[in-house]
Design a protein around this ligand. Sequence first.
Ligand code: PLP
Length: 446
Amino acid sequence: MDISNLIEEMTTPIHDFLVKNSESHTIRCYMPGHKGTEDPLDITEIDGADSLYDTDTNGGKGIIAQSEKNASKLFGSKRTLYSCSGSTLAIQTMLTLAKLRGNGKDHVIAGRYSHRSFINSCVLLGLIPSWVYPEEYLCAAVTPESIEAKINSRTLAVFINSIDYYGGMSNISAIAEVCHSHGIPLLVDNAHGAYLKFAPVDLHPMTLGADMCADSAHKTLPVLTGGAYLHIANEKYCAMAKEAMALTATSSPSYLILDSLDRCNRTIAEKPFHIAEICNKVTALKRHCADMGYVLSQSDYMKVTFDCAAVHSTGFAMAEMLKEFGIECEYADEYRCVLLFGSGSTDVDFETIKTVLRANTPRSVFVRDLPSPPVHIRTQTACSPAKAYFSGKVRLPVMMTVGKVCAGAVAPCPPGIPLIMPGEVVTIDAARALRDKGIADIPIVV
Ligand SMILES: Cc1ncc(COP(=O)(O)O)c(C=O)c1O
């Protein structure tokens, strides 16, 4: 799709309304209490402002409905909904929609290193995860074969995270083919990949065959924190989508976030190659890093992921070194360090990073004692996530929980990927892994 052809259509109805309202001299006898003094564009659902979850009942002609249609056009979806509560709300919504159309089925096949918003949605909706293990700890990429092997008569949906925190991606087209051959929807947590639609090669899940997908616009596009999309490709989920989103969402979505989502449509259409250019600059930086002797893990266009263990170091040491030179990374752990770029990254950023890396060869982040390699935590499931979560519970010091049933998702953040899930039995390996991540106590079913 040539986005530049869409420039005329990419109006900014939300922004235009907010600006006009801010320039009017009406007395604000409506929420919020700051009456425009904090930010004149920050309003509530006044006359003409539409209402995020009622765009359909407002006749589909309001400013939010129009803006969402613009986003839908850009992303090539059947329908796109804005979320002011991140991908977290979009993930809850897509699982709600799957359940609404799921004829009583309740199993969701999911990659084990899914974000906690997935398991929390399972708790809320009474769904049961059926885990597929990626090859490596914390990587999310799962194979179509491993998914197909798990499909049974209770399978409601397949849920995968692609792109993951390290920048790993799954073969979405092949997984979509497997899902569709069994009549099962594929739901993709694309929180890190909203930009993929505009990358040098369009690898967005909507393009590759996902039925629904959650994008954190705020992670890589010029959108305020909290702004996200729920994209829907499958018509059967469209009609109930707003109602499903309203189930767990705030009834006061931020117009400042809606404004930035609205303007993002225009920005993308005005500079149709900007995102691809940033991606190319990240690719060039990766080449420089490799030339300088850094070892990189394979990652998506917007991430540079240093495999620090490969050069006898840790992600923490690398992050510390970068911080000393004024570079704050997105994520670091014992093994890797991740730099995340986005639509706002500048040439000065790229040049500075290159200079710092050149002046600090991998040898400068050598560490004496490397941590042991990561292991998968595999354990038995004692009960469903919802049953465990809503049972009576206490918090216990982590090393006293071995053999007991975990009552919540325990996830260091970032990356927000639970090490142990509600309903799972805590093993000695799990307890040690939690302790090593600095987690002192965890909720246990009593
Ligand atoms: C893989 C993944 N999925 C979902 C989310 C939730 O996204 P949001 O913060 O937009 O709610 C995150 C947040 O970091 C994430 O990393």
